[in-house]
Design a protein around this ligand. Structure first.
Ligand code: ATP
Ligand code: FE
Length: 356
């Protein structure tokens, strides 16, 4: 079973070919990603119109390269899978139209994939992880806990009610004059800092649920920075390092504690081999990773962190999700539409209407 996947929901144009070997082992035959960060860097964020145009220009090149690198012809494919949401609508539409074009020209089945399902199923692409497993998705745009029961069955236990952690790292870097993306710069700067010098809040830890909030950290950081500037006329290297260390420690503590709570709910399902898997760019953070590993050790749960290139946006995860959906008998018709919002679990009481 060989599936072509397309991804264009944010600022990466990607195509990949994934094959299921012997009916059970997924193999990534190619994974092409064209990033757009240099197109958006002057604007301080992704500009939807620029992103959509860049996707439209790059999709056919990505598909050609993905097929060439995989040494697979269109006639050897079994299906075309495409991110159909959630995301920036212009980009998602470009991908869906491209996939429809390929499907109608070849007669291949078309499979619309939820971008978040792509991230959530990645641990099964890279490791032998059985259902149900617990997933923490932490990226620039998302932060949520999911119990993954199957390719179309997710229970959302909770998530951020405002910013995603990656967003908070990026804003912090901006406030301190550090380069983007903020996550790696704040992490490196914070290594030299004292996490206890400044007090940062630990939001929502007084609530028993799995929801998180990160926007207060940014406000706290802004206040501390302005106070230092008023007192001493500017920030020293040490001030910056201490602010980064304190900010990161607050994120680490909050994620560790909420993960413990999510695990308790997950363990009530008595999984045979309990696993916590992570996805999203923020999972690259060494302190966050080791805190999560420690919580897993404490609770007797396995820890799976796919390689970073598969944790951030890519099309191999979309092709793989397409394989699982195909095997489950799901496919779409030419009326497949692009969805700006598409929560994984429509019925979850924890859903806060963010669409994230
Ligand atoms: P999404 O995939 O949710 O649409 P995105 O494409 O912005 O959002 P990713 O590509 O998964 O997200 O991850 C990028 C984010 O990860 C950025 O916000 C970046 O600052 C953050 N990040 C990357 N490395 C680190 C790190 N070492 N520590 C903390 N954050 C990090
Ligand atoms: Fe993503």
């Amino acid at each position: 079973l060989t599936v072509l996947g397309l991804e264009s929901s944010c600022d990466d144009t990607a195509a990949a070919v994934v094959r299921l070997v012997d009916g059970s082992t997924p193999q990534i035959l190619s994974s092409v990603v064209f990033g757009q960060s240099e197109l958006h860097s002057a604007f301080g964020g992704v500009v939807p119109e620029i992103a959509a145009r860049a996707h439209a220009e790059k999709l056919d090149v990505s598909v050609r390269q993905a097929l060439d690198q995989a040494c697979v012809g269109l006639d050897e494919l079994d299906a075309v899978a495409v991110t159909a949401g959630p995301g920036l609508i212009g980009g998602v539409m470009s991908g869906v139209m491209c996939a429809k074009g390929i499907a109608s020209a070849t007669g291949l089945p078309l499979i619309g994939v939820n971008h978040l399902a792509g991230h959530a199923l990645t641990p099964r692409l890279t490791d032998r992880v059985g259902y149900p497993y617990l997933m923490l998705l932490v990226s620039g745009g998302h932060c949520q806990y999911l119990i993954v029961h199957g390719p179309q069955a997710f229970t959302r236990l909770g998530g951020t009610i405002d910013d995603a952690p990656g967003e908070a790292f990026d804003k912090t870097a901006r406030l301190l004059g550090l380069p983007q993306p903020g996550g790696p710069s704040v992490e490196v700067e914070g290594r030299l800092g004292d996490p206890k010098r400044f007090r940062f809040p630990r939001p929502l830890l007084d609530r028993p649920d799995c929801n998180l909030s990160f926007s207060g950290l940014k406000t706290a950081l802004m206040r501390l920075r302005d106070q230092l500037v008023a007192e001493q006329g500017g920030l020293t290297r040490q001030d910056r390092a201490d602010l980064c260390a304190g900010f990161q420690a607050a994120i680490v503590d909050t994620l560790a504690e909420k993960t413990r709570r999510a695990m308790k709910i997950y363990l009530e399902e008595t999984p045979d081999t309990p696993v916590l898997a992570v996805a999203g760019g923020v999972a690259a953070n060494a302190s966050i990773r080791s805190a999560l590993e420690e919580v897993c050790g404490e609770m007797g749960i396995g820890f799976v962190a796919p390689p970073l290139r598969l944790c951030t946006d890519n099309a191999a995860m979309i092709a793989y999700a397409g394989i699982e959906l195909f095997l489950a008998g799901a496919h779409d018709s030419m009326t497949l539409s692009a969805r700006p919002r598409w929560p994984l679990d429509q019925n979850s009481p924890a859903l806060l209407g963010s669409g994230k």
